[in-house]
Design a protein around this ligand. Structure first.
Ligand code: SF4
Length: 64
């Protein structure tokens, strides 16, 4: 699966540590899984995230 970076979301949109949570009304939340073990990270980072020390890109093509 390939992803392009959504400018409203930033790095979290293409990071292996994110879990996308969608509610019944169709709102999307980007939950940072690193927040479970590392308190440098917040559970729901304020978007867009432009820089992040924990960012690891998903495998596959990433377009800017
Ligand atoms: S590590 Fe950074 S870029 Fe990745 S999901 Fe968490 S906050 Fe977003």
């Amino acid at each position: 699966m390939t992803h392009s970076v959504d400018p409203r979301v930033g790095l979290c949109g293409v990071c292996i540590h994110v879990r996308v949570v969608e509610n019944l009304r169709g709102s999307r939340y980007y939950l940072c899984e690193l927040s479970r073990t590392d308190d440098r990270f917040v559970r729901y980072p304020p978007l867009p995230v432009a820089e992040c020390p924990g960012f690891e890109p998903e495998t596959g093509d990433v377009e800017d």
